[in-house]
Write a protein that binds this ligand. Structure first.
Ligand code: ZN
Length: 125
């Protein structure tokens, strides 16, 4: 989350005092998945601009910090256009095409021994 806010400040997004309304951020693999979770959950208070993890944290924030005020919450990172990089696509292709040739042996040496464990390793990013 700090990384996204840092990027927002560096590229001059309006939320952080700049002029840009949005920015494209490219991720690979697991960070792409985590990025999606962060983008859809992190909120920001419209009154005090405190960053919150969303859900009940927003309700608790309103009750404790602004009990008698009208407060709204926006998605904090609604300015991010998240894109998977080509490397993410290529890694998935390699995992599917080269699984039997190389990755299966690697997974086996990393103690992914049962069929279930090998299937899990094959499906991971
Ligand atoms: Zn607030």
């Amino acid at each position: 989350m700090r990384t996204l806010a840092h990027i927002g400040r560096k590229v001059g997004v309006a939320r952080y005092g700049g002029n840009r309304q949005w920015a494209v951020i490219v991720y690979d693999g697991v960070p792409y998945t985590l990025g999606h979770c962060i983008l859809s959950s992190m909120c920001i208070c419209s009154t005090c601009y405190e960053s919150l993890p969303g859900g009940s944290a927003c309700d608790k924030h309103k009750a404790t910090k602004h009990p008698n005020e009208e407060v709204s919450f926006d998605l904090e990172f609604n300015w991010v256009l998240l894109q998977p990089s080509l490397r993410h696509v290529e890694m998935n292709m390699v995992m599917e095409l080269g699984w039997d040739l190389s990755c299966k042996t690697l997974a086996f040496t990393m103690n992914f021994r049962s069929d279930t464990a090998l299937n899990c390793a094959q499906k991971s990013d």
